[in-house]
Ligand binder design. Structure first.
Ligand SMILES: *Cc1c(COP(=O)(O)O)cnc(C)c1O
Length: 387
């Protein structure tokens, strides 16, 4: 038996939607991409949505659109996928981290405020801060937005885990408290396009910049050109962009998946509620299930308290893997990666993220996970802890 930690859910409707594109005139730059963008924009309540070939690309064009460049700083959390930090390096900016909160496992607003006060004194305030809605649980965006106004930085929400989540009565992606929000459609995430991502914003100028950057910096709109068109064939490159476009094949899959977003989230909550009940008697820290927000529940993580080191977690992790349970570990703190060590980061700098890393195990969570599989995961974990 092998139970992965996450996997996509593909329906016959999804397959039919992709096949329809394959039989059509356009495999890319056809009608499916704008239709998918419109569906996501409507669902999350943002004015503009730009589909790209990954969330990593979305983070890159978001940073560039905000003017991030050499001499600037981007801050994110260590407890994330490397892409949340790498986007700053792509732009030639410097990257630094804000430690996580031990209860929410998201960026600590207190640590952020303290670091901002120190950075202001040192004349090194960040230009962009990237909070990550870890596991699908929304960060405290109102508090982060208040600091953004006070200290003058821009905000990109890395919502790679969080499409379908709500904070209060606002969907994550409404970008009411940020400049841009980014989603990922990798197969382990909530909704998939194979590979794919999207940037959403309410700002017309940022949307226009990101649209140029995803397609070579080229425009066919005379209003954006620096000189009159030579003729009807004319396009003009007005900035240095990339080919970060999503294909219509991918967008058709994404559009079809969006119809089941609410069902996916409801099913994830069912499974997580059941984990909460089954794990209640075990000496593990279960994830915060916050009041006032509804997580997208991309991940269900337990922490096995580390007394001196990670030995008990390591043993449980190995026992689960040996039993065919594809547990995982989200995340290796980014500042401990060799690339970031090479930039001067050191162990001990972000103790909450490091402690979290010594304790965490990601348990399987995806819509098709059965009760029998879930029982097996919990039984195996309980036996490993008791051993
Ligand atoms: C998956 C993920 C990304 C990158 O997404 P891709 O679509 O694979 O580029 C970025 N940030 C976080 C937090 C992620 O989980």
């Amino acid at each position: 038996m092998t139970i992965p930690y996450g996997r996509q859910s593909i329906s016959d409707e999804d397959i039919a939607a992709v096949a329809e594109v394959l039989r059509s005139d356009f495999l890319t730059q056809g009608p499916a991409v704008p239709a998918f963008e419109a569906a996501v924009a409507a669902r999350v309540g943002a004015r503009h949505a730009l589909a790209v070939n990954s969330a990593t690309s979305a983070l890159h064009v978001a940073c560039l659109a905000l003017g991030l460049g050499p001499g600037d700083w981007l801050w994110t959390v260590p407890n994330t996928f490397v892409a949340s930090a790498n986007c700053g390096l792509y732009c030639g900016a410097s990257v630094d981290f804000v430690d996580i909160d031990p209860v929410t496992w998201n960026m600590s607003v207190t640590a952020l405020r303290d670091k901002l006060i120190a950075a202001r004194a040192a004349g090194r305030l960040p230009k962009v801060v990237v909070p990550v809605h870890f596991s699908g649980e929304p960060c405290d965006m109102a508090a982060i937005a208040a600091l953004a106004r006070e200290f003058g930085f821009r905000v990109i929400e890395d919502a790679s885990h969080a499409i379908g989540a709500d904070q209060g009565n606002r969907p994550v992606g409404s970008s009411a408290f940020s400049d841009i929000t980014v989603f990922s459609f990798h197969p382990v995430k909530i909704v998939t396009t194979g590979e794919g991502g999207m940037a959403v914003t309410n700002d017309d100028g940022l949307a226009q910049s990101m649209a140029l950057l995803r397609s070579h910096g080229i425009t066919r709109d005379p209003a954006l050109m620096t000189q009159a068109p030579d003729g009807p064939w004319y396009y003009q490159q007005v900035t240095l962009g990339f080919n970060y476009r999503m294909t219509d094949i991918q967008a058709a899959l994404g559009l079809s998946q969006m119809a089941r977003l609410d069902a996916f989230i409801a099913r994830r909550h069912e499974i997580a509620d059941r984990y909460d009940r089954l794990l209640a008697g075990l000496p593990v820290q279960r994830p915060l299930r916050a009041h006032g927000s509804r997580s997208a529940l991309h991940l269900y993580i337990v922490r096995i308290p580390a007394v001196s080191g990670p030995e008990r977690r390591d043993a449980a992790f190995s026992a689960l893997r040996a039993a065919g349970v594809g547990v995982n570990l989200h995340y290796i703190p980014v500042h401990l990666q060799p690339w970031y060590q090479g930039l001067g980061f050191r162990r001990g700098q972000f103790p909450q993220s490091e402690r979290y890393y010594a304790e965490a195990i990601t348990l399987p969570l995806y819509p098709a996970l059965t009760e029998a599989e879930q029982d097996f995961v919990v039984r195996t974990l309980a036996e490993a802890i008791a051993a």
